[in-house]
Design a protein around this ligand. Structure first.
Ligand SMILES: Cc1cc2nc3c(=O)[nH]c(=O)nc-3n(C[C@H](O)[C@H](O)[C@H](O)COP(=O)(O)O)c2cc1C
Length: 353
């Protein structure tokens, strides 16, 4: 029998890797590119960028900027939007709206360290008050017809007992799974993620745990599962740069090729990955133009290149190039020319971006 990693979801999830929620990056167009590398017989979850529950109720889906972030492709499966919030009066209508739009689960952000989130007492601020955080899970759960998850950080001063009590409270309040990014708020997204915290949490939790942080290659995915016992693994920046990581992992696990890629070979060498990076960028640019229109597409695309070029040898040259072009058509042309020459992707970077 195939394993179901997140049993609370109506559709079984049989694949151990998913993309992290990332503002400005994990939007509908990137998810579509990444899905094109997911093995045909694999099912995973697809978190959205974080969405502000104070704004969602008043948004007209598919039009306003906040909702551009929550845009979902027609028929996109496994969509798990992430909300920032702490008040029932905003959470309830947001959840209703997202479920009506196709959410199969709702993730609550308890990891965002930016000032704006702290000011409103949500994001990682919720980790400062365990009782309140559990109440937020409780009211979300009560008002949702789909499962609820929480994505959080290592907590203050790497205090493991705190984390255990905190997550225990979320579990009691009805969280269906937890995603742990074991860096403290002070570390932001730099420095080493402390996988031991995932291992310890896994020993104590009844609900599934998704581990996140420092996942750059297929080896990393399997290493995290082996070392920590995490049920699933989440990758952010590296999976944005090399979405075929889904295919690489799938191939090792004996999944089929992605739809339409049956006659292709999974990219493995630095040069093959360099070539695939070029192809996936063009696919992303085209889809971004379709979903967001020229201006927003270019802005989002430049941000994507800024974040992901660090895996490309001499990636700054590419970043300068996409900043010098003014239209989607000229950017496309420049990309085609740039990738006519061989380029190499390195397996790992320091993840400083
Ligand atoms: C540009 C950017 C935006 C992010 N936005 C979010 C977000 O909206 N919600 C969230 O929970 N985490 C967010 N994160 C954190 C990632 O989900 C992830 O926890 C972090 O990048 C560590 O994973 P990685 O090392 O695989 O990138 C963001 C990260 C990046 C790089």
């Amino acid at each position: 029998m195939t394993r179901n990693f997140l049993p609370s979801l109506a559709t079984p999830i049989n694949f151990p890797l998913c993309m992290a929620p990332m503002v400005g990056l994990s939007h509908v167009a990137l998810r579509e590119v990444a899905r094109s590398y997911l093995p045909a017989d694999a099912k995973t979850i697809w978190p959205s960028e974080m969405l502000n529950s104070r704004r969602l109720p008043g948004e007209i889906f598919d039009r306003t900027p906040e909702v551009m972030k929550s845009r979902r492709a027609d028929g996109e499966e496994g969509w798990v939007p992430q909300i920032l919030g702490n008040e029932e009066k905003f959470i309830t209508p947001s959840v209703e709206k997202l479920v009506a739009y196709g959410a199969v689960g709702i993730d609550i952000n308890m990891g965002c360290p930016v000032q704006k989130a702290l000011k409103h007492n949500y994001g990682v601020a919720l980790m400062g008050d365990a009782k309140y955080a559990a109440e937020v899970v409780g009211v979300t759960k009560k008002n949702s017809s789909v499962p609820i998850s929480v994505k959080l950080r290592a907590g203050p001063q790497n205090d493991f007992q705190f984390l255990l009590d905190f997550v225990g409270g979320l579990q009691e309040a009805g969280a269906d799974w937890i995603c742990l990014h074991p860096r403290t708020a002070g570390q932001m997204r730099r420095g080493q993620a402390d996988w031991d915290q995932i291992t310890e949490l896994k020993k104590h939790l009844k609900i599934p745990i998704i581990g996140n942080g420092d996942i750059q290659t297929a080896d990393d995915v399997f290493a995290m599962i082996d070392q920590t016992g995490a049920d699933m693994v989440m990758s952010g920046r590296a999976l944005a740069a090399r979405p075929w990581l889904l295919w690489q992992v799938g191939e090792r696990l004996g999944f089929s090729a992605p739809v339409g890629r049956e006659n292709q070979k999974v990219p493995q060498t630095r040069e093959e990955e360099g070539r695939e990076y070029g192809r996936s960028l063009i696919q992303l640019l085209d889809l971004s133009a379709e979903y967001f229109g020229e201006d927003l597409a270019l802005r989002k695309f430049r941000f994507h290149v800024r974040t992901t070029q660090v895996w490309l040898m001499f990636g700054m040259a590419l970043y300068s190039l996409v900043n010098s072009t003014k239209t989607v058509a000229s950017t496309r042309e420049a990309l085609l020319q740039f990738f006519e020459n061989p380029h190499e992707l390195v397996p790992r970077t320091e993840l400083r971006q």
